[in-house]
Design a protein around this ligand. Structure first.
Ligand code: GTB
Length: 216
């Protein structure tokens, strides 16, 4: 059965692949699983029908038969468990990749999301610059450590895995800030992810949604 995911009918990032459906699309493309997409308007996100999929009224969600999932991390983990290619077979190696899934979402992403929120909601605040400096210090602290751990490896733990999908897309949320570029190995890591054929297919698919919405 083909799974169905949800995505923005008209993404605020104008199809730049920053909304979290991109994570799920990339994972599907890596494992060769076709999927359907249910497009949701901003209003539709908060309606009861969508809250049955995700109580918090967000995208992405995942539906397959009776199974309904939300949280991009949980969806990626499920896809990786169902298909070859995103998790190593060795039990310990798999546990390490799962550790990196959590690290991407719980340790690296939070200050980056705070940075994004500050761009949107703190533009007119007198304390904006001070707060931005604090957030950017916190981001650099995480990226210093991530950069050291990655070193000159291609991927974060062994072969390309689900963890790289999340880490690359979390780092991409800093696009335009210049911060990732301060770490040549992290910048190369993001580029390596973006060069993957599966990434490109996922990116094009979500961009096509935005282009269709803009044309109508
Ligand atoms: N923890 C959840 C997960 O990982 O799935 C977070 C889900 C989430 O926040 N989804 C966002 C959403 O639905 C979309 S991705 N927001 C609408 C709402 O909750 O009402 C976040 C996002 C949105 C837009 C951009 N952008 O324009 O650049 C980037 C990221």
């Amino acid at each position: 059965m083909k799974p169905t995911i949800t995505a923005f009918e008209c993404s605020p990032d104008e199809g730049q692949g920053l909304a979290r459906d991109m994570r799920v699309r990339w994972a599907f493309e890596e494992v060769g699983q076709p999927y359907d997409v249910r497009l949701i308007s901003m209003k539709g996100l908060k309606e009861p029908e969508h809250r049955l999929r995700n109580p918090f009224g967000s995208i992405p969600t995942y539906e397959e038969g009776d199974l309904v999932l939300f949280e991009s991390g949980a969806i990626i983990l499920h896809i990786a468990e169902q298909h070859e290619g995103l998790f190593p077979n060795d039990v310990n190696a798999r546990a390490r990749v799962i550790t990196w899934l959590f690290a991407a979402l719980n340790t690296v992403e939070p200050p980056i999301v705070e940075w994004e929120m500050a761009q949107y909601f703190e533009k007119d605040k007198s304390w904006r610059d001070e707060h931005k400096a604090i957030i950017e210090r916190n981001i650099r602290s995480r990226l210093d450590d991530l950069s050291k751990r990655l070193g000159d490896a291609d991927w974060i733990d062994g072969d390309f895995s689900a963890a790289d999908i999340l880490l690359v897309l979390v780092l991409r949320r800093l696009d335009g800030s210049g911060i990732v570029e301060e770490y040549s190995n992290l910048a190369a890591y993001v580029s390596r992810g973006k060069e993957r054929a599966a990434y490109k297919r996922a990116f094009e698919a979500q961009l096509a949604v935005f282009e269709a919405a803009s044309a109508s």
